[in-house]
Design a protein around this ligand. Structure first.
Ligand SMILES: NC(=O)c1ccc[n+]([C@@H]2O[C@H](COP(=O)([O-])OP(=O)(O)OC[C@H]3O[C@@H](n4cnc5c(N)ncnc54)[C@H](OP(=O)(O)O)[C@@H]3O)[C@@H](O)[C@H]2O)c1
Ligand SMILES: CC(C)(CO)[C@@H](O)C(=O)[O-]
Length: 319
């Protein structure tokens, strides 16, 4: 059993899934919740998974970080649209010499955390997971689950494989979660964007699932062109990814069960979209060094329009 105490900041589709798996395997896990606090503190968590369903009738649930213990590993599992809350949520729950593990999609989260907590260790994780929160404390794990872990250092210089990464890998593997350790977190993040930028973006703009995007010649071409622009973005930051990786992502998606991306689900539910973390930040990083990514730029502006209109719609519905 792990000696490390874990905090899950954002007990949704991803945080609820990995946190529940860690607790089931014997880790000491503390879950921060918002709307689901009442139900989860009463009834715990239910994970419906293709690998087998399980319940945790009792979990350490909190609605306020002031009541949480200091933890060795704090897992950031909010949507990136809520990252403006991190300066309030993180400082009191990370031990001195503790680790913040950012499991969100997109680019730039480790830099945001380093500004809030310059002394903690920061590890980034790219999650190849298909999971949805279908009710309060009710997680539906559809597929996959592997995490690629890399440690962050200022300017995304490579830290190699650290003991801290190995300790976390040990706990996750003991919980049945597949882990790969990488020396270069920035390269890992750009590789994940090869998937997230085209599929998340186009699924919203074109109102389509992944299988629909891959079945049509025109949209498949768009996906591929966007992937090559992500590669150009990576190169602008001194990282290269082989063309064969693009082919691997295309093949991976063809083999996936038809999937409504998380950005599409957010759009359909009139929730804010993770446009800035997934599309805006990579675009700006490339622009800062004089590299223009025209198709990603076009996608960004379309998504900003749709996101803005959705939010106005939501205000009208709420008022
Ligand atoms: N789901 C996946 O399969 C998957 C795969 C790869 C990467 N990711 C990435 O993982 C990140 C999390 O995504 P997700 O799908 O897990 O989103 P999610 O289901 O919406 O989970 C986020 C959770 O954070 C909670 N939260 C928001 N504000 C909070 C606050 N102030 N205090 C405590 N809890 C708060 C939300 O609670 P309320 O519902 O009460 O607001 C929600 O349960 C995203 O960056 C996403 O792109 C997800
Ligand atoms: C790419 C993905 C659908 C599955 O690996 C998931 O990781 C995601 O939504 O980012």
């Amino acid at each position: 059993m792990s000696e490390r105490k874990y905090a899950i900041v954002g007990t949704g589709a991803l945080g609820g899934y990995y946190g529940a798996k860690l607790q089931k395997a014997g880790s000491d896990v503390h879950f921060l919740l918002k709307r689901d606090y009442g139900k989860v503190s009463q009834d715990g968590l239910l994970v419906e998974s293709k690998d087998g369903n399980f319940t945790l009738p009792q979990v350490n649930a909190y609605s306020d970080v002031a009541k949480m213990p200091k933890c060795d590993v704090v897992i950031v599992a909010l949507k990136t649209t809520q990252n403006h809350l991190l300066p309030k949520l993180l400082p009191s729950i990370v031990k001195n010499d503790g680790i913040v593990l950012a499991l969100q999609n997109g680019l730039g989260v480790e830099e945001e955390i380093a500004e809030i907590l310059p002394k903690v260790h920061i590890i980034g994780g790219l999650c190849f997971l298909c999971s949805n929160k279908v009710g309060a404390g009710h997680i539906h794990h559809l597929d996959y689950g592997q995490i690629i872990l890399g440690e962050y250092a200022h300017g995304y210089s490579s830290m190699g494989i650290t003991d801290r990464m190995q300790q976390i890998a040990h706990d996750f593997q003991a919980a049945g979660i597949s882990i790969e350790l990488v020396e270069d977190l920035l390269l890992g993040r750009w590789k994940k964007l090869v998937w997230n930028i085209p599929y998340n973006g186009l699924s919203v703009v074109l109102n389509a699932r992944t299988d629909e995007l891959m079945a049509d010649t025109y949209t498949r071409t768009l996906v591929e062109q966007l992937m090559y622009e992500v590669k150009a973005g990576a190169i602008s930051m001194g990282r290269n990814l082989p063309d064969s990786f693009i082919q691997t992502m295309l093949d991976y998606t063809v083999k996936m069960k038809p999937y409504r991306t998380s950005m599409k689900i957010d759009y359909d539910e009139c929730r804010p979209l993770e446009v800035e973390a997934i599309v805006g930040n990579p675009l700006r990083k490339a622009q800062e060094v004089g590299v223009n990514l025209p198709q990603i730029n076009c996608l960004y502006h379309q998504l900003k329009f749709l996101d803005g209109r959705n939010r106005i719609g939501q205000l009208t519905v709420d008022s």
